[in-house]
Design a protein around this ligand. Structure first.
Ligand code: BGC
Length: 478
């Protein structure tokens, strides 16, 4: 088994250059009508945003009452708070996005953190193969990371590792839990109902790798902790990347299903909000969402996630484009063989298209003609593609705003100074995702929310957060 490190990409964040539908020179009334119908279907109107938020809050309450609800509202067993004074060295293993990352985290006190990290690509076959092979791969990556960075332990001590495993896991302690279901294209066999920590520890032990899995962490919980290390007023951690989800600080008295330590005052809840509205009662799903859902490895699950997260936005857009092509309303009805394949329209292309402000939509043309191999495109084609991309991207940001607003209203945090740490490629790179979210929050709460609540990039939350969680676990057991 090999583990190949990959270099990380640095992409500058741009802002959206919107296209005004009134300025599109439609080729026919049929085309205009089709585009107007799409605008209608994909727009999350202010009232809809409010309704989704209200329904979302109901979902939160149900999940806090008992297990097995649509939003799992997982108790993370993270109760302590950190104040930046903590010192120590920990390892973190982050699994659950496009890449696997191993991070060595050194806390020097005074809020100072230094990290060294290596990313490894997870082969698509491993994601859907046997669980043991996937966990063996994780252990091999940690081993080669220790080699690469010449990190050694003295005597028979062990490294303490925080394991960020970003899937719905019902936690039973700080380093125990059972997988509820796979998400984000993972579907390794035989894991549902099993403890990921036991699998990982076993893989380390069999290879005599001196590592102890001290904490099991969701990336949202890690992001919250990492952001709080420097921003003590952090109330929420959010991931908007390959998948999406949020975690927030809840009062123990509000968690009716909590049967543990009664002296605890508060606990971080991993909401698993990507699963919201399994019942399809409120989200404005279109036939393009349904088509993508049906073909995914987890149909009928993670409905909100599939409307927001980076893994899915390109595929939804592709479905809309195919529909217009089949009706001969785009590209004169001609399709490129590339676009005919599922998942070929990457969400990263959407970022480029959203930022394209050139008079001829040059960057959009390049993606369509050079990357996706359309033989030629007209200005009208490119304008319509740009408009569709904006509809899908903006809907995702506004639905994220509805979820965040649900938490802010539930906790009342919008009324006071509060920080929200957000990590993930979508938030980091997708043009205007952050401003769309803030606009949505303002729609719900009015202008004060801008003064009170800040949303900021919590880069590498999962790595640092996992280390902080390992530290908290050690504090508790010691
Ligand atoms: C998982 C969550 C995770 C989120 C973001 C979702 O698919 O269920 O546990 O936090 O992705 O990575």
């Amino acid at each position: 088994m090999t583990s190949t490190p990959i270099a990380s990409k640095i992409i500058a964040k741009a802002t959206r250059v919107s296209i005004d539908p009134a300025h599109i020179e439609y080729t026919s009334d049929r085309q205009r009508n089709a585009v107007e119908a799409l605008i209608n279907e994909f727009t999350v109107h202010p009232q809809m945003l409010q309704d989704i938020k209200a329904n979302f809050m109901e979902g939160m309450k149900k999940g806090l009452k008992k297990d097995g609800e649509t939003m799992a509202m997982v108790t993370s067993y993270v109760m302590g708070r950190l104040d930046g004074s903590e010192v120590g060295s920990y390892l973190a293993l982050d699994v659950g996005g496009t890449n696997l990352r191993v991070v060595a985290v050194h806390l020097t006190g005074g809020g100072e953190i230094t990290t060294r990290q290596t990313k490894y690509r997870i082969d698509e076959k491993l994601k859907v193969g046997e669980a043991k092979a996937l966990f063996d791969f994780m252990a091999v990556c940690v081993d080669s990371f220790l080699d690469e960075h010449q990190i050694v332990v003295r005597g028979d001590t062990q490294f303490e590792l925080g394991f960020t495993f970003s899937f719905p896991v019902l936690q039973t302690s700080i380093n125990r839990g059972t997988l509820i279901s796979w998400t984000k294209g993972f579907n390794a066999s035989g894991m549902v109902g099993k403890d990921p920590v036991a699998y990982l520890q076993d893989a380390f032990n069999r290879r005599h790798i001196p590592v102890r899995v001290a904490a099991l962490v969701n990336d949202t919980v890690g992001t919250l902790l990492a952001h709080a290390y420097n921003h003590p007023d952090t109330c929420m951690g959010v991931i908007l990347g390959t998948g999406c989800n949020g975690a927030y600080v809840e009062k123990i008295e509000n968690i009716a299903k909590w049967k543990g330590d009664a002296t605890a005052k508060e606990m971080i809840i991993n909401m698993e909000f990507g699963a919201f509205d399994k019942e399809r009662a409120i989200l404005p799903l279109t036939m393009f969402d349904n088509k993508m859902d049906r073909k995914s490895v987890n149909p009928n699950k993670q409905i909100l996630e599939k409307m927001i997260a980076g893994m899915y936005l390109g595929e939804i857009t592709r479905n809309v484009l195919l529909n217009l092509i089949d009706r001969r309303l785009l590209f004169e009805g001609c399709i490129s063989p590339d676009l005919n394949q599922m998942w070929t329209f990457e969400t990263a292309y959407m970022s480029t298209i959203e930022a394209d402000g050139s008079a001829t939509l040059h960057a959009t043309r390049k993606i369509l003609e050079s990357t996706l191999n359309f033989s030629s495109t007209t200005m009208n084609d490119r304008q319509i593609v740009k408009l569709i991309v904006e509809l899908v991207g903006k809907r995702a940001a506004r639905l994220s705003a509805a979820a965040i607003a649900g938490v802010l209203e539930h906790t009342g945090s919008w009324k006071e100074k509060a920080a929200i740490g957000i990590d993930g490629s979508l938030f980091e790179y997708y043009p205007s995702f952050d401003t769309d979210i803030m606009d949505g929050l303002e729609e719900v709460f009015g202008p004060t929310v801008r003064q009170n609540v800040s949303i900021g990039l919590a880069q590498d939350g999962s790595g640092v957060g996992a280390a902080l969680c390992a530290l908290l676990a050690a504090k508790h057991s010691g």
